[in-house]
Every structure is written in C-alpha cells, then in structure tokens.
Design a protein. Structure first.
Length: 284
C-alpha cells in the first residue's frame, strides 16, 4: 500500500506563498560575511520608489521617507516625510556598491517597510518576492550546505551542489512541512489541509531553485542511525509545483518527501542530494 495521496493545490499554495516563490522574477541577493544583502534597484521598482545614485552615495525616496546610504559605510541618513528633521542611522552592515549595483542589508530595508522572512522579501502591501541568493556562506565545511532559521526556530536545510563546470546552478531548501504554520500562521488552514492527507508519514517540503535553466535530480537519500532510505520520484515523493526534470529562475520545483515513522525529526537526519550531504535536526 503506497503513501496517501496529497492535495496538490494546497501544497502548491504552501510552496508558493510560504517560501516566497511568487510569479514575479526573484530579486537578486548575496551574502557577505554572513550578512544577507538585497539588490536595491529591482526592489525599488517593485515598491514604486525612486533611487538617485550620487558620488559614493545612494538616495532612496519612498512614501515612508528618504534614506541616504554611503558606499562601504554602515552610516546612513533618514528624513521622515512631512518636513521632519533628518537623523542619523547606523546599519548592521555597510552599504555595498558592486558591479555598478547597490546592495543593502536587511535592517535598511526594514526602515523602508520591507521585511525579510528567510529568503523572501515582504513588501508593505503584503506582496512576497523571492530572493535569488547564488552562493551563501555555508556551515557544512565545504560551503555546499547551510542551515538557516526561517523564523520562530523553524530550520531549513539548504544544499548547493557543484555541477560539472564547477558552478552551483541549482539549490534545494528542505524544511518540516508541519512547522511552516509557525512561520506563516495565517496559512495554517492550508497547511493543515495538506497534512491531513499525509497519514502517518512525516512530510518534508523541498523547494528547488536555479540561477539558470537546468536539469535536477528528484532523488534524495535520508539517513538516521541504521536507517537509510532513497526517495526517488514518484516513490515517497510528490511533485506539487513545477517539473521533476528541469528548473529555471522563473520555474522552481517543489516536492514533498514522505518519511516513514521510523525517522525521528527530533534527532539529526543526514540528507544527500546531487552529491552533497548535510545533517539537520528539524525539531527541537
């Protein structure tokens, strides 16, 4: 008897809404010294704001106020709307000017009314934009993996395999589907509807993204103690978004892995995908 049938529509909503995979193009982002930076120009366009680059400075004008940042400095200026007095800001990391493009850390975006949830930018009107992060600083020793916190202590394991040309083109993010309601409580009904159809299995949501159109392997090996199981589409794997063969920047894929009851999510689980192995404890 195979695993129970899932509700594809509900899980597509989970993958698209909770992990920020909207139809809009992803906003470029990068990591420097453990800090997540977001590209200013595409985010300002999405907000309808105006950017005015200067000599070593950038002025960002929005309906919330005007912020001026300086290349290589964490110091900034903020002028609220309505003629309020300009005041100094101290950012958590310096503004970057790289390749002719400006990049700002998360707390600068928060001043503009944009909050980051994992690798998703949430605009003041609730619009969610995925962030494209090509090469984060990993904690897996070889830089091919990392464990991030999506919020409320919900971990996500990210894997970054190297292709034959030595580049990382595709990436996978794995998290416990049952805990995603903690990240987005307003979506709890959708998540509960999906979980009702998983039976006694333990569902992990996997979102695969790419910097360029590429093939990906829908094969994951999970190991814990003496237990080792290969999940190969469609065995114990349900495709809920995209293709099980190819992904692209505007066409991510999402699958649900169904772990049997013998796996304990409160203990470390090793996951292998496309030659990368890393461990994560999904619950604490």
């Amino acid at each position: 008897m195979g695993p129970p049938r899932l509700a594809p529509l509900a899980l597509i909503l989970v993958a698209a809404v909770l992990l920020g995979l909207a139809a809009a193009d992803p906003v470029p982002a990068l990591r420097r010294s453990g800090v997540l930076y977001v590209a200013c120009a595409p985010l300002a366009r999405a907000l309808g704001d105006i950017l005015a680059p200067g000599q070593g400075s950038l002025t960002w004008s929005s309906d919330r106020g005007v912020m001026t940042v300086f290349e290589g400095s964490p110091d900034a200026l903020w002028k609220p709307p309505g003629g309020g007095a300009e005041r100094d800001l101290s950012l958590s990391a310096p503004a970057l000017l790289q390749g002719g493009h400006w990049w700002l850390p998360a707390d600068a975006l928060d001043t503009l009314g944009v909050r980051l949830e994992g690798e998703t930018a949430v605009l003041p009107d609730g619009t969610r934009l995925a962030l494209a992060v090509p090469a984060p600083v990993g904690n897996g020793g070889d830089g091919r993996s990392e464990v991030d916190d999506l919020g409320h202590g919900v971990p996500a394991l990210r894997l970054f395999p190297v292709g034959g040309d030595g580049r990382t083109v595709v990436a996978a993010e794995i998290t416990d589907l049952d805990l995603l309601a903690l990240v987005e409580p307003q979506q709890s009904r959708t998540i509960d509807g999906a979980l009702e159809r998983t039976g006694s299995d333990k569902p992990l949501l996997v979102v695969v993204t790419a910097l360029a159109e590429s093939a990906w392997q829908p094969v994951f090996v999970v190991s814990q103690g003496e237990h080792s199981l290969e999940l190969r589409y469609p065995y114990r794997m349900r495709l809920v978004q995209g293709s099980a063969q190819r992904v692209a920047p505007d066409a991510p894929a999402a699958v649900v892995l169904l772990l049997p009851e013998s796996f304990d999510l409160y203990r470390p689980i090793a996951v292998t995908w496309q030659g990368v192995t890393a461990s994560v404890t999904f619950r604490r």
